[in-house]
Each structure stands twice: as C-alpha cells, then as structure tokens.
Design a protein around this ligand. Sequence first.
Ligand SMILES: CC(=O)[C@@H](O)[C@H](O)COP(=O)(O)O
Ligand SMILES: NCC(=O)COP(=O)(O)O
Length: 249
Amino acid sequence: MSVCLSVNLNAVAQLRNRRDLPWPSVVGLGRICLEAGAHGLTVHPRPDQRHTRFSDLPDLRALIDDEFPEAEFNVEGYPTEEFLALVEANQPEQVTLVPDDPSQATSDHGWDFVANHNFLTPIVARLKKGGMRVSLFADADPSQVQAAKETGADRIELYTGPYGGTHDDPVAAAAEIERLGATADAALALGLGVNAGHDLTVANLPPLVARIPELAEVSIGHGFTADALEFGMAETTRRFLAACGHVSA
Ligand SMILES: CC(=O)[C@@H](O)[C@H](O)COP(=O)(O)O
Ligand SMILES: NCC(=O)COP(=O)(O)O
C-alpha cells in the first residue's frame, strides 16, 4: 500500500521571495526531493506570485524533462485565462483546479461541482485536449462526487485541511477520515482517481492511506517544509559553526 508523493514547493518559493537572491532555490530543492525518490513536484502559482513565480514553471519543467523524465509535474490553481495559458505553455502532467479567491491566504475549500458545472466542464475539456490530466479540488462530501464526474475530470483531490486541523483530537480525526474515505469510495466507484492534499504530515498520512489505499497521489508542502527545516537545522548549525572557524570535535 503506497501512494505517490508530490512535493509542493510553494513554501520554498515563499521563503526565497523574502529577498532578491536566488536561494533557497526552488529548482535545486526540487532536484533534491526527486533525487531522494519523490514521484513529482507541485506548485500553486497565484496571481500575485507571492509563492511560486510564473518564471519557476519553465525551470521546473526543464528539471523534470532533462533529469527526471519519470517524475510528474502538478500545477494547481484557479482557472483564470492567465492560469490556463501558463499551464498550456508548460505542459504539466497534471493540472489541479482549485476554487481559490486571490485574497485567500491558502486554499480552504473544494469546488461546489453542481454550481460550477457549466464553468468547469469546458475548462476540463480544454486541458484534457491539451494532453494534461485534470484533477479537481474537492471537499469531503460524497454527495458532490457525481457532479465532479460529470465535468469530465480524471481525478478529484480531497481537501484534507479539516483533517489536518484535528491533530490534537483523535475522535475528530477519525470522523474526518471517515468523511474523506466515504468521498473517495464514491469517486472510485464512478471511475475517478483520487488524490489528497493540504496540511498532511508524517503523523496524519498513515491513517489516511490505511483508510484510502487506492489514493493515487498526495501533494504536501507546508508540513514537508517544516520537517525539512527541523531535520536540517542541526547539520546547518554545524556547517555555520565551521564557517565561523569552530573546529568540530
Ligand atoms: C490546493 C492546496 O491545498 C495547496 O495547493 C495549497 O493551496 C498550498 O498552497 P500554499 O502553500 O501556497 O498555501
Ligand atoms: N494540494 C495540496 C498541496 O499541494 C500542499 O498543501 P500543504 O501541504 O502545503 O498544505
């Protein structure tokens, strides 16, 4: 039982954007993830480019094409004409459409597929015609799944933010897993693939995968980057101490 891991580089890009300097390098850290065995890279460019810049996309596309041709590029975002042109120019293997308002700090809900049927259906068809797999960000709500299927999408991505928010409450976590599981069951029964993402961690991922063993892919950024900092801090302290002239024991 294993699920593909796509590392979301938005948090790395946001850190880079604090300065007019090229580090941390989105491409360089993406390379480290792929060398370590990650199955893909995810970015979520927003109109203000506060995380991923539009110019990151060709660089990440080239990284995958030139060095990791088995890996998948997943680009997430709200389907404005600008976003659609961006993905068409960079040909990610998967596009994940998210109902983000530009003013949102982060993604916090899935699509209302019934209300957005006429909006999403031609966009899904356009992206699929362009050779990209299409996944749609979805709340844990089995009653929405039939309408998701009717858009023509290939997959849904379960929005796991509410599950991530239950990290200190096992009863609430179990209830969220059941809601996510029931939504996945309904989607799988209709032939939709199922991805998941938002606020996933090393701690909360195993119970989710146990309930939904058919999960195709998880995309993880915030918790992943937090772990990378935590587990890299000691080594980095040693490197800087050496640069300060301290001889290691
Ligand atoms: C759709 C989704 O849940 C993620 O793309 C999330 O929006 C990550 O983006 P940020 O890290 O920029 O919040
Ligand atoms: N699609 C979800 C994603 O890419 C990462 O979300 P998060 O781990 O940064 O919350």
